[in-house]
Design a protein around this ligand. Structure first.
Ligand SMILES: Cc1cc2nc3c(=O)[nH]c(=O)nc-3n(C[C@H](O)[C@H](O)[C@H](O)COP(=O)(O)OP(=O)(O)OC[C@H]3O[C@@H](n4cnc5c(N)ncnc54)[C@H](O)[C@@H]3O)c2cc1C
Length: 478
């Protein structure tokens, strides 16, 4: 008996940035595409909402987008025609220290080295930024293939293998430079003494120098709205409010792509995937969680260090040693007393985020996976340390624990925001070690979420690479 007729070339489960990027890449190549999303709105980890008071627009998950601005795929889509506008703060990121000074990440490598009074910054980042296009092409693509630019990759690779703490101590000569690098590397949510943690610091700082650390005008939601509009212009469809639990619930398609965790894909695809492969996916590891607070503020944050007032991102946690110690605590499964706090102040550059004279603030700290602990007190003590009087400005706050985040988005297992632990070999090879990480043993099933290389962040590259694999299959099957 023939099955039901084929309705689409590709169905994508999940409308996060990677699901939408995969859909856009497929539709752009002429494929008919449907995206199915469990939430009432597309966007996954890239949505905005009035979480506190009317008129205050908060980024529910992602806020600052160095990897979005640097993404070769997103850049190729002319999303500005669909309303996406990147707003660049004057200071990309600032890292206050006790005593009123701060390390600053500026757009120029030279300018940053000068502001830090640390020529090590130029030596560390200058060669990478000069060859940024070659390096990002190699690093943002599947790694177990012949790199197109082996020399550029080698220059990046040797230092990227080091622990962030070691690299910061050896390559940089000032407290401000070391703290700044540690704060950037800590975006990887990993103990900074571990090998390979320098990679995140080098890549994110390099992306900043090459493309900036912008926010999206009107909220991060504008990124996925633009992706959705681009997709619609190519004839692609998005269906929301539909949780997929079994692959045979989906309309028949020549290819199915999963913007989900590896485990969810295994559960939904069931026996369409060999048991051995499903078993391998159970070994995929998830990282720590986050505890997040969104604030409506009566005015700008009164940072003691002036550059912090002009920064889009502020890393709060003190010296390199303090940041490393807080992250090590989390890696041991404990809640740090003095957490490392990531802060985004979107309204410093985007007046649409809050009523006139008021501000929004987005902050989170890392916590053990599955944490339900309220870290508000510990976070606000750190903010008061570098911005005395902060608490007096709070009009309202919305808090999200790790467990609540996991409920909001099933891809955030235990509150993990990176789609899986970013340590050891899993940083490079995800979900399994393979030259084709987005493929599965089933020729028509693909994984396109941030649990695949190149990992977390709103860049759409996981979706793009998965779509390339799916297109190869569609062409072969035609
Ligand atoms: C609190 C927080 C802060 C962050 N900050 C930043 C930042 O500042 N900058 C940055 O670049 N990145 C940031 N990130 C990371 C970024 O949001 C993610 O890396 C990115 O969203 C991953 O995209 P994705 O498409 O792989 O997955 P997701 O964005 O998680 O999207 C997956 C989608 O699939 C849907 N889905 C899952 N299972 C099913 C199912 N069975 N049926 C139907 N639908 C399903 C989900 O509902 C979701 O919409 C942050 C994330 C969080 C949570």
């Amino acid at each position: 008996m023939p099955g039901p007729p084929i309705e689409y070339d590709a169905v994508i489960v999940g409308a996060g940035p990677n699901g939408l990027a995969a859909a856009a890449a497929l539709a752009g190549a002429g494929a008919s595409v449907l995206v199915v999303e469990q939430d009432e709105r597309p966007g996954g980890g890239c949505r905005s909402a009035e979480l506190t008071l009317p008129g205050f627009v908060h980024d529910v998950c992602s806020a600052v987008h160095p990897t979005g601005a640097a993404s070769p795929f997103l850049r190729s889509l002319a999303l500005s025609e669909h309303g996406l506008s990147w707003l660049h703060p004057e200071v990309l990121a600032a890292h206050p220290l006790d005593g009123g000074s701060a390390g600053v990440l500026l757009r120029g490598v030279q300018d940053t080295a000068r502001a830090l009074d640390d020529p090590g910054w130029r030596r560390l980042l200058g060669p990478l930024v000069t060859r940024w296009d070659d390096v990002s092409d190699s690093v943002l693509g599947p790694l177990l293939r012949l790199p197109r630019h082996p020399l550029a990759l080698a220059a990046f690779g040797v230092r990227a293998l080091w622990p962030a703490t070691t690299l910061a101590r050896r390559a940089l000569g000032t407290d401000a430079g070391r703290a700044l690098f540690a704060g950037i590397a800590a975006h990887s949510v990993t103990a900074l003494e571990r090998p390979l943690t320098a990679a995140a610091g080098i890549m994110l700082a390099g992306a900043g120098h090459a493309a900036g650390w912008p926010v999206a005008r009107g909220g991060s939601q504008a990124i996925v709205d633009a992706l959705g509009a681009h997709l619609a212009s190519l004839g692609g469809r998005i269906e929301t409010g539909r949780l997929v639990t079994r692959i045979d619930e989906l309309p028949r398609a020549r290819a199915v792509l999963f913007d989900t965790t590896p485990q969810a894909m295994a559960d939904i695809a069931g026996e369409r995937l060999p048991a051995r492969y499903r078993h391998r996916l159970t070994r995929f590891r998830y990282g720590p969680g986050v505890f997040k607070i969104d604030y409506a503020l009566d005015g700008p944050v009164p940072w003691t260090a002036e550059p912090c007032r002009r920064a889009g991102t502020v890393h709060v946690g003190g010296t390199l040693d303090e940041v490393a110690s807080a992250e090590a605590e989390v890696a041991r499964g404990r809640h740090p007393e003095r957490p490392f706090v990531l802060v985004a102040q979107q309204s410093v550059v985007d007046p649409t985020r809050a009523p006139s004279g008021k501000h929004t603030l987005w902050v989170y700290c890392h916590v053990p996976a599955g944490s339900t602990l309220d870290m508000t007190g510990a976070i606000e003590a750190q903010l008061e340390r570098f911005a005395p009087g902060f608490s007096d400005l709070v009009l309202a706050r919305a808090v999200t624990t790790s467990v609540e985040l996991a409920t909001y988005n099933p891809n955030c297992v235990g509150g993990d925001i990176g789609g899986g632990a970013n340590d050891g070999l899993q940083l490079l090879f995800r979900p399994i070690m393979s030259p084709h990480p987005h493929r599965t043993p089933a020729p028509d099933i693909f994984l396109c979420s941030s649990s695949t290389h190149p990992g977390g962040g709103v860049h759409g590259m996981c979706g793009y690479w998965a779509a390339r694999e799916a297109l190869r299959h569609l062409e072969g099957a035609a």
